[in-house]
Design a protein around this ligand. Structure first.
Ligand SMILES: [Zn+2]
Ligand SMILES: [Zn+2]
Length: 349
């Protein structure tokens, strides 16, 4: 009964909010929480630690699964440990194509095969893509057997996905997918991940934007800047800031941009943010640094910074560090190999 009253109240408030500001979620409605389901640090003994990211974002009456971690079995174990029913989630957001964010998708689809999934649109990307057949040059002097599709291509050429039956909607540009809920679509320009498209989740509440980021390959500052176009007040950022090998100078610049330029109110860094950046952010944010290890739930009630566990978590184990150095070497998402190659080249000059 109480629940029903609350729902009715929420619906009434939502109606009022719609008149005043259609894309802003009322404060009373914006309560909820972000639960970290996948990361390589944390204090919850029931949760397994591994490199990667996933979070359940419960906000504005929606349950959004943001990313799915690095290993389907570990992801499944953590989902079970937190008693999360994957059949009741509203949709999944896959921030980008890196495996430490999407490997648990198979588990999600086993439990909920028709769930709506938002993923970035990339040419020949793993989530599928399409192009108008006008993209390739034609030569009408050729006989049909030497021409693509015998010279009669379909108007739109579709390219496959690794999850053929999944209900994937590809996002090309920043899109408001539900009232107040926007997927920011930005492209990385960094060596090693050039042209990688990444989605970040921005939820506009009357207390400012709650921003969830996966790996921030396009740059955390650029993502925050895009979020301020929705609402200049940024209430909270959670997720990976991609500063895991950044120099102190770069870290200091990013911290200052978040705190002084964009005046981000609360910060809950995780994943590829990096240990020295955790330290720098903790120093800059003090009480408004929200610890967000795997298993942590961050309440999103009004005055998000006033509740929940604060401060520094236990330091990462050496093992974790070794694991992500190894991972980084495999693909070079952090530009490590490129930096090393440049150093070697310079030393030969
Ligand atoms: Zn990544
Ligand atoms: Zn990542």
């Amino acid at each position: 009964m109480k629940l029903r009253t609350n729902l009715l109240l929420a619906a009434a408030l939502a109606g009022m909010a719609a008149v005043v500001a259609p894309t802003r979620i009322a404060a009373a409605e914006s309560g909820g929480q972000i639960t970290i389901l996948y990361d390589a640090f944390g204090t919850d003994v029931a949760m397994k630690k591994d490199w990667g990211f996933s979070a359940l974002v419960e906000i504005s009456g929606k349950r959004i699964l943001f990313d799915t971690g690095n290993d389907a079995d570990i992801f499944a174990a953590n989902i079970k440990a937190k008693n999360i029913d994957l059949t009741s989630i509203d949709f999944v957001v896959l921030s980008h194509r890196h495996s430490d964010h999407m490997a648990g998708l198979n588990h999600v689809l086993r439990v909920n095969p028709t769930v709506k999934i938002y993923a970035p649109r990339e040419g020949f990307g793993i989530y599928g893509s399409s192009l108008p057949s006008s993209f390739y040059r034609k030569d009408e002097s050729l006989p049909p057997e030497m021409r693509y599709y015998d010279g009669k291509p379909p108007e739109v050429m579709k390219f496959g996905t690794a999850w053929q039956r999944a209900n994937i909607e590809l996002i090309d540009k920043t899109t408001e997918i539900a009232p107040g809920i926007t997927l920011l679509a930005l492209v990385s320009d960094a060596p090693g991940t050039k042209e990688l498209k990444e989605l970040s989740l921005a939820v506009n509440t009357s207390d400012g934007v709650v921003l969830v980021v996966g790996c921030s390959h396009p740059g955390i500052e650029k993502i925050v800047e895009a979020a301020t176009a929705i609402n200049p007040r940024i209430r909270l950022i959670a997720g990976g800031f991609h500063l895991v090998i950044a120099s102190d100078e770069v870290i200091a610049k990013a911290v200052s941009a978040l705190k002084d330029t964009f005046k981000v109110e609360n910060i809950a860094p995780g994943h590829c943010t990096g240990e020295p950046t955790f330290a720098a952010l903790k120093k800059a944010y003090g009480d408004r640094y929200l610890y967000a290890g795997v298993g942590t739930s961050l309440p999103l009630g009004p005055g998000v910074g006033s509740v929940g566990r604060r401060g520094e978590g236990p330091a990462l184990l050496e093992d974790d560090l070794a694991a992500y150095r190894k991972l980084a070497q495999r693909e070079d998402p952090f530009g490590i190999l490129r930096a090393q190659q440049q150093r070697t080249r310079l030393s030969h000059l």
